[in-house]
Design a protein around this ligand. Structure first.
Ligand code: GDP
Length: 667
């Protein structure tokens, strides 16, 4: 298209257009007369948006915001959403979008950009950039964020907050039983308690000192929380069953503990069982470089029984001892603005969004204004009520305390940071920023490999869980199962029991010919729902253990994988005689040019290097004698089966074998 025509369409002068285009990322040069048709169309489509954004970045106010601190280094993962990118630069998303446009990238707030483009923009804005993995980046960001928020200047005001302990380990090794046993024996004020509430954490008293225990639904949940950067645990108790020893999830837990550099101790559980073998566990530990203390190493190992409660006192005392070594980290200012991390959240029918927050510094009070999940995308609210883990209303939550909060506008995510606000003005400013995000419409990003995508098979999942923590843990774990040929598509997530709408939704998916599972975790399907599902041929799967759920999904996925065909080339034969031609077979004479021919092998028929047909060698003869194999140099007779083969003199038969192998999901 002529540049003049384009300018006319955009209602500006040619000169203006030529000046503006490079600034907007379309560098066509000042001397250009024509613009490539495709680029012209792109410019026309994007023009109103471009101009709007362009004008915005010109405003003085926005210009002043680009003042990164000296030496600010940010870590950018291989892919990052514009929203997350803006938060890590601490700039409004609109600003970042306009910077992207300057670089010729049109992306809205929810779209993902890759490291290269993000790095260019960040550097333009004066940041130093480091490439990171997605997980590390999120973790580091959260950690830095919390560190920045926890103020330690007021030395005389600092108090020692209770340590936060997480229990990890392989499924069935006794984590829940241990948490229950500690809770039963040590909960401070049983009188007021009564109702056993699992809000994600609880507190106990030992020797007049308080310890907070994280009580998450399981290993996967904890992992998700950690990868989300919920830097909450100070100490980990790793449970290993004395009758089973180290198992895959034990190793996984050790990996997390080591990556996070967390102080930990090992509780060898179930010592009441006759088959318990603590020495074997210690031996296994020593084999993975965790030499137990009584074997001359540094790993603290305690023998316990969550069932008989033997060893629990020692365990708690040891936790306190470890806490004393971590004092520096536990010193916080109770008078600062409250800071906390969400460890559990769900939507309650009566109470609305409910979240359990672990207060890390400051004191959270009723009527406090809070923002949860960051200023650019989370939720906010005024604290209506605070409840402790025994469901008792309280007026304030101090550092180290898990507290259920009511009053948020939306359900936050596990790992989100809660931040108290100083005043309404600050809240209003932050809400305005949040709104910028919410007015942008989410767009499905087209993947470049759409032709490849067509080959991908989907296992669609409708997921129902009891609480948000498990929902996030499960979807996180499922999304982690990656394979080029198969994909898990969580089409719907919900809290609470399986409903008729889930069945109907699943039905529409099966009608399209796609596979769908309704997966429930700690929820049920009523008999009516089960009957309806049976009628409609919809599979409902319910679980109590995340690990089993994940394993089942993996096994199902393997079934979707096409078996791999492994082709082994055997040899080449030149056709030198034609004996008989029928509709479904042909008999020819050939000279083996290379390799060998086997009876029952397959043959591809080539003419002038082009494949024209395929067949199978049903009979092989040398000097009219049936043989199983013939080698290079010999002449042979071949009966090849196949429809309308039409083999001609001079054709080349490429002989091969094919084997099917069931593919596996790599871990
Ligand atoms: P989790 O998956 O790690 O939370 O394991 P659970 O706490 O659910 O325990 C798994 C099973 O082991 C349950 O049947 C418990 O009753 C049992 N269990 C846990 N601790 C002990 C123990 O110290 N001794 C015995 N004999 N059984 C235990």
């Amino acid at each position: 298209m002529n540049i003049t025509e384009l300018a006319r369409k955009l209602k500006i002068t040619t000169k203006e257009l030529k000046q503006k285009l490079p600034e907007l990322g379309f560098d066509i040069g000042m001397k250009a007369i024509k613009v490539d048709e495709q680029i012209a169309q792109k410019i026309i489509q994007a023009w109103p948006e471009l101009i709007k954004k362009f004008k915005k970045i010109e405003t003085k106010e926005e210009k002043e915001e680009i003042k990164p601190k000296e030496e600010a280094i940010i870590t950018i993962p291989p892919f990052i959403t514009v929203h997350d990118f803006a938060s890590s630069l601490n700039l409004p998303p609109a600003k970042v979008i306009s910077e992207l446009i300057k670089n010729g990238v049109l992306a809205n707030i929810n779209e993902r950009i890759d490291y290269e483009i993000a790095a260019i923009v960040a550097e333009d804005l004066g940041f130093k950039v480091k490439k990171g993995t997605e997980e590390v980046e999120i973790k580091e960001k959260k950690r830095e964020e919390i560190k920045k928020l926890i103020k330690k200047e007021n030395k005389s005001k600092l108090i020692l907050r209770p340590p936060v302990v997480a229990v990890m380990g392989h499924v069935d090794h006794g984590k829940t039983k241990l948490l229950d046993a500690i809770r039963e024996t040590n909960v401070a004020d049983k009188e007021t308690g009564g109702i056993t509430q699992h809000i994600g954490a609880y507190q106990i008293k030992k020797k007049e000192r308080v310890i907070t225990f994280i009580d998450t639904p399981g290993h996967e949940a904890f992992k998700t929380m950690r990868t989300r950067g919920g830097e909450v645990a100070d100490i980990v108790v790793l449970v290993i069953a004395a009758d089973e020893g180290i198992k895959p999830q034990t190793l996984e837990s050790i990996k997390i503990i080591q990556e996070e550099k967390l102080p930990f101790l090992i509780a060898i559980n179930k010592i009441d069982k006759p088959e318990a073998d603590t020495e074997r566990v210690k031996k296994e530990l020593s084999e993975i470089n965790l030499m137990p203390e009584d074997w001359g190493g540094k790993t603290i190992c305690l023998k316990i029984s969550a069932k008989t409660k033997e060893g629990l006192d020692e365990l708690l005392e040891m936790i306190l001892l470890l806490t004393d070594l971590e004092k520096e980290q536990l010193l916080v200012d109770p008078a600062q603005e409250p800071i906390g991390t969400v460890i559990e959240a769900h939507l309650d029918k009566n109470e609305g969004p409910v979240a359990t927050v672990l207060i890390q510094a400051g004191t959270l009070k009723i009527k406090n204004l809070v923002v949860v999940g960051g200023i650019y995308g989370g939720t906010q609210g005024k604290i209506k009520a605070l409840k402790d883990f025994q469901n008792q209303p309280i007026k304030r939550a101090t550092p180290g305390m898990p507290v259920k909060i009511l009053g948020l506008k939306k359900v936050p995510k596990t790992g989100d940071i809660l931040q108290g606000l100083e005043n309404i003005k600050e809240l209003k400013r932050k809400i305005k920023e949040i709104k910028i995000k919410q007015t942008s419409t989410p767009v499905e990003i087209q993947t470049k490999s759409s032709s490849k995508e067509e080959k991908v098979k989907f296992l669609n999942i409708i997921l129902r869980t009891d609480v948000l923590g498990s929902q996030e843990a499960i979807s996180g774990a499922l999304e982690n199962i990656k394979h080029p040929e198969i994909k898990i598509n969580i089409i719907k997530k919900g809290l609470g029991n399986i409903l008729e709408t889930d069945i109907l939704r699943a039905e529409t998916i099966t009608q399209r010919g796609d596979k769908v599972w309704i997966v429930g975790f700690h929820v049920i399907a009523s008999p009516q729902i089960i009957t309806l599902a049976k009628e409609k041929n919809i599979e409902i799967k319910t679980y109590k253990i995340i690990y089993e759920l994940i394993e089942d999904v993996k096994n199902e996925l393997v079934k979707l994988l096409e078996p791999e065909r492994i082709k082994t080339e055997l040899g080449k034969v030149e056709v030198i005689a034609l004996f008989r031609k029928e509709k479904n077979y042909q008999i020819v004479g050939g000279k083996i040019k290379e390799g060998r021919v086997l009876k029952d092998a397959l043959a591809e028929i080539y003419r002038k290097e082009k494949i024209i047909n395929k067949g199978i060698i049903k009979q092989l003869q040398i000097t009219r004698q049936d043989v199983g194999e013939a080698r290079a140099g010999s002449e042979c007779g071949l009966k090849i089966e196949g429809q309308n083969l039409n083999i001609q003199m001079g054709d080349v038969l490429e002989i091969y074998q094919e084997e099917e192998r069931i593919k596996k999901l790599e871990d």
